[in-house]
Design a protein around this ligand. Structure first.
Ligand code: NAP
Length: 296
């Protein structure tokens, strides 16, 4: 008599601080179920500092022993995990951030799935380099977007309200590879927005302006027309259409919110951990179901 194949079980999770609400458990639980796997995806709020580092060290040992099969990493630990990683992907190295960890044969692997997740979703906008891309904001997600764009031949202008933050981002990405001559920085002010509007083919918002519940926020001045030839990508996914995207759509520009990027980075993580193709459509449906209440 043939024995039934045992169900594979995955213990997965997310480390970061603070974690608050996260969509990731919902996405990964749906993916595990659809793929016929057992297990769970848990949230591990780990504060920064020495205590946090020792908690991370202990979870890394769980990964090495395969007591845990995969971890996502978010703020503030995307760089803090570097010392624990034995095999770091080229993308994670260049961006200076890892958001996906797993163990294999006693080694810890680290990758950055935000970059390919962003590029995967950007394809849906139907824009391609060469051209000028303007990124608003210079935090963690701007770093992934700037690297993704510069490494696919866009000329990238990073604008932040603190000019030194934008300059620091560009400098550190430039140090890491051969994309430096495609990156520049400046202050996020009216003069620069006007200046870069002309040639801009892609506008990417990475600031939280417009995010639920402060949905009236917008990183682009109300009385300044949006770049006429640009597609607009907003990393925010709640609300599904931000004030920026609504204005862009009204101006006849192509738009995209950040939901696809979030789902794509999660799907790529799932593939690393399970070795199986991710049920992308299932994850996308699981993501959108509860968001409908906050659609503005
Ligand atoms: P972050 O590291 O805190 O960076 C935010 C950036 O926006 C910083 O440059 C910050 O400048 C700037 N900023 C904040 N408030 C501003 C304001 N009022 N005016 C102008 N600039 C402002 O955050 P993050 O992790 O990059 O996340 C940013 C947004 O992207 C959030 O809405 C997040 O939900 C979204 N996100 C989406 C995905 C996805 O998969 N779709 C992934 C990651 C993040 P200061 O440092 O000066 O405050």
């Amino acid at each position: 008599m043939t024995q039934p194949t045992p169900t594979r079980r995955f213990h997965l999770g997310l480390i970061g601080y603070p974690l608050g609400h996260s969509n990731s458990p919902r996405l990964h639980h749906a993916a595990l179920e659809a793929a016929g796997f057992a297990g769970e995806y848990r949230l591990f709020p780990i504060p920064p500092g020495p205590d946090g580092q020792s908690q991370i060290a202990s979870m890394i040992e769980d990964l090495r022993r395969c007591d845990l099969q995969g971890l996502n990493v978010t703020i503030p630990h995307k760089q803090n995990v570097f010392p624990f990683i034995d095999v770091l992907s080229e993308v994670a190295k260049s961006v200076g951030a890892a958001n996906c960890l797993w163990g294999q044969d006693g080694l810890i692997y680290g990758d950055n799935t935000d970059v390919p997740g962003f590029l995967h979703d950007l394809a849906a906008l139907g824009v391609s380099a060469p051209g000028v891309a303007v990124i608003l904001g210079a935090g963690g997600s701007a770093r992934a977007a700037a690297f993704a764009l510069a490494s696919t031949s866009w000329e990238v202008q990073v604008l932040a309200r603190r000019e030194e933050q934008a300059a620091g981002l560009v400098e550190s990405l430039a140090r890491a590879g051969s994309i430096g001559n495609r990156l520049a920085s400046g202050t996020l002010d009216r003069a620069n927005l006007e200046r870069w509007s002309d040639g801009c083919r892609l506008l990417v918002n990475t600031t939280p302006l417009g995010m639920h519940p402060a949905v009236d926020g917008c990183p682009w001045p109300e009385d300044l027309p949006l770049p006429a030839a640009a597609a607009v990508y907003d990393l925010i996914y709640n609300p599904i259409e931000t004030t920026l995207l609504r204005r862009a759509r009204a101006a006849g520009l192509r738009t995209r919110n950040g939901a696809g990027m979030l789902v794509a980075q999660a799907a790529l993580s799932f593939q690393h951990w399970t070795g199986s193709p991710a049920p992308y459509a299932v994850m996308e449906r699981a993501f959108f179901a509860p968001l409908k209440v906050n659609t503005q």
